[in-house]
Design a binder for this molecule. Structure first.
Ligand code: UDP
Length: 385
């Protein structure tokens, strides 16, 4: 008989199960897929760890979380430095001195600053009222121009953002673009994080190590009534369920469906060793239908770009798509409507005294991986107190 049944073997479920087990609890982990690791699942093909559910680059400022995961696997020193491709012109991301040099030919930070200032002033003029007062940026377009100027907005932001969100930059909130660093230094590191890397051997190996010695059963859908009944028969009287699936699905969508942004991948195996020379290339024009191309081998080192090691390469073209029920959920849409619906589901969840809801789907929250681990560690600590 089990003390806990953990539904879902993603990062939240694996962390929770590990900590419960370490505390002497008897735990069963189940997953409806035929594999562990949820959306961080990597699959080895042609000797390359393919990120099957999209690129995952671990980055954090949380030393506790970093040390925690490093118990299970070593991370390489991968640094995310995407390249932007605008109609064949290549630019460094995030916006930094390399980008400004390529865009304007400026050489010093002072020249770059002056150029941005000049373009920003034009944007500000458009937001100036007759009485001389200036309105704050009201949408993503105005915000972007105010941060980096019109040239960069037109070539590196406008088309990409429109494809990613399925709507014009003038209809999107300003805050989205504030995630991106703007630097007057030659630094292509996309993240402002102290610790960054990819588990050597892939995320699936990391999760397998986390789940070592724990009972795992795959291809089991907890929301199937018969399956649920037989599983609960193996749970001790005072046992609990840790549910990491979609919260609305748990309640059979009875209050309505929470929305997600979805992504679709077209994977290709190519008979060349090196397709684009970088893990991520963003296509920032509006005509190219995909938002970016991921070349999986560059997430890990020790792969010879001349093809002596691996003569092939695997790429994924990523298309952003409107989510519809039945699609794989990726990004929660935390707008007012969906947040309100989530709150109603949360009220129902709080009444299920022997079920813990957690993770990106269980809490309908746009968690980065490090936040998932932090949240699971926090919650399991309370559970064991
Ligand atoms: N963005 C852009 N051009 C790029 C990369 C990002 O305009 O080449 C914008 C886009 O609006 C995106 C936002 O910056 O939604 C935040 O980017 P981030 O990479 O943080 O988005 P994520 O893929 O993590 O959702």
């Amino acid at each position: 008989m089990y003390d806990y049944i953990v539904v879902g073997s993603g990062l939240y479920g694996a962390t929770f199960a590990r900590e419960l087990t370490n505390a002497g609890k008897k735990v069963l982990v189940i997953d409806k897929r035929g594999n562990i690791a949820g959306n961080i699942y990597t699959e080895k093909q042609e000797g390359i760890n393919v990120h099957k559910y999209g690129a995952h680059i671990f980055h954090t400022n949380n030393k506790k979380v970093w040390d925690y995961l490093n118990q299970f696997i070593d991370f390489n020193r991968f640094t995310n430095s995407p390249v932007a491709n605008f109609k064949g012109e290549l630019y460094s991301l995030p916006f930094n001195m390399y980008t400004f040099n390529k865009m304007w030919g400026v050489v010093t930070p002072e020249e770059a600053k002056a150029k941005i200032e000049e373009q920003r002033a034009e944007g500000e003029k458009a937001r100036t009222n007759p009485d001389g007062s200036v309105n704050p940026p009201a949408n993503l377009e105005e915000q972007a121009i105010s941060l980096v100027g019109k040239d960069i907005y037109e070539k590196l932001i406008k088309g990409y953002t429109m494809k990613q969100w399925g709507r014009a930059c003038t209809e999107l909130p300003a805050f989205i673009i504030k995630r991106l660093p703007v630097r007057l230094t030659f630094d292509n590191n996309y993240f402002n994080a102290l610790y960054q890397g990819i588990p050597m051997g892939g995320y699936t190996q990391m999760v397998a190590n986390m789940l070592e010695g724990i009972d795992v059963r795959l291809n089991l859908d907890y929301l199937d009534e018969a399956t649920k009944k037989s599983l609960l028969a193996e749970l001790k009287e005072d046992g609990k369920v840790v549910y990491t699936g979609p919260i609305d699905a748990y309640f059979n969508y009875k209050l309505g469906t929470l929305e997600y942004r979805s992504v679709r991948f077209e994977n290709e195996t190519l008979d060349i060793p090196n397709f684009q020379g970088n893990a991520a290339v963003n296509y920032t024009d509006s005509e190219t239908p995909w938002t970016r191309i991921i070349e999986h081998k560059w997430f890990e080192f020790g792969k010879d770009e001349n093809g002596d090691d691996i003569p092939k390469t695997i790429i994924s073209k990523e298309y952003s798509s409107e989510w519809k029920p039945g699609d794989e959920p990726y990004y929660p849409v935390n707008d007012a409507k969906n947040s309100k619906l989530y709150e109603s589901y949360k009220e129902l969840a709080d009444k299920e005294s022997n079920v813990i809801f957690g993770g990106r789907l269980g809490e309908y929250k746009y968690y980065d991986m490090d936040a998932v681990v932090a949240s699971a560690l926090d919650r399991v600590e309370k559970e064991l107190a």
